[in-house]
Write a protein that binds this ligand. Structure first.
Ligand code: ATP
Length: 231
């Protein structure tokens, strides 16, 4: 579905990703875990096209991925960015509608499906999105990304800033996306939460992938347990 080879990128003259290799097969949940500043968000920005590559390549569904960012959504690559970036003055439903812009607007069925997944959003459909709790705003960000009917969804730190119970709810949602046939690349600082629901994981440190493998193996690895799981 997604294949990243030897990807490098820079901010100004400073290289921040140094040759990333990563792949995601159709139907998988793949996590990228790592500390703050490791380069996870930058990697997702490269995939969604808002950050230019300085080397390497990305393939999506077998084709080189070089389209402009807004066209990537239309190709089936959705992105739920860091910090959610919902429109707080618009209503919940207006936010969802905007998520379908790459297909000339979300259909009534798409919106109904989002409310089925997140009933609380249906209850608050006419209220300003700014009044939602953090967890609800994250649900809205995911719901909005689904309006473009992505084959693959890039999720940037969906559990960030949420209480443990809400984090669990968000991770459950990501599993449900998989059950609905969406492939997910999940970037997370909550390594345990992410690995628990993933098929495979990558560990990122200062712009490099330092470990990768099936999530169960990573969770059992003493180095991961000490550095990321606090065990
Ligand atoms: P976070 O948990 O904060 O999202 P991250 O793993 O996603 O962390 P990035 O945000 O991708 O990390 O940052 C990778 C590196 O690039 C860091 O050293 C960061 O300071 C630097 N960086 C990020 N954005 C910029 C920018 N716009 N200009 C210059 N340097 C940047």
């Amino acid at each position: 579905m997604l294949k990243v080879e030897n990807l490098t990128t820079r901010y100004g003259r400073i290289e921040v990703l140094h040759g990333i290799d990563l792949d995601v097969a159709e139907g998988e949940i793949v996590s990228v875990i790592g500390a703050n500043g490791a380069g996870k968000t930058t990697l997702l920005r490269c995939l969604s096209g808002v950050q230019p590559l300085s080397g390497g390549s990305i393939r999506f569904r077998g084709e080189p991925l070089t389209a402009a960012p807004h066209k990537r959504t239309g190709l089936g690559l959705g992105h739920s960015p860091e910090g959610r970036q919902i429109f707080t003055n618009l209503s919940v439903e207006e936010n969802l509608r905007l998520g379908g812009y790459s297909r000339k607007g979300a259909t009534r069925e798409d919106i109904a499906e989002a409310y089925e997944m997140f009933p609380i959003l249906g209850e608050k459909r006419h209220l300003p999105a700014g009044g939602l709790s953090g967890g609800q705003q994250q649900m809205l960000a995911i719901g909005r990304a689904l309006m473009s009917r992505p084959a693959c969804l890039l999720l940037d730190e969906p559990s960030m800033g949420l209480a443990p119970l809400l984090q669990k709810q968000i991770f459950d949602t990501v599993e449900e996306l998989k059950a609905r046939g969406v492939t997910v690349l999940l970037v997370e600082q909550n390594a345990y939460g992410a690995l628990k629901i993933s098929d495979r994981g990558y560990v990122m440190e200062t712009g490099r992938i330092t470990m990768s493998g099936p999530s169960a193996e990573l969770v059992a690895d003493p180095r991961i347990r000490e550095a990321y799981l606090g065990v």
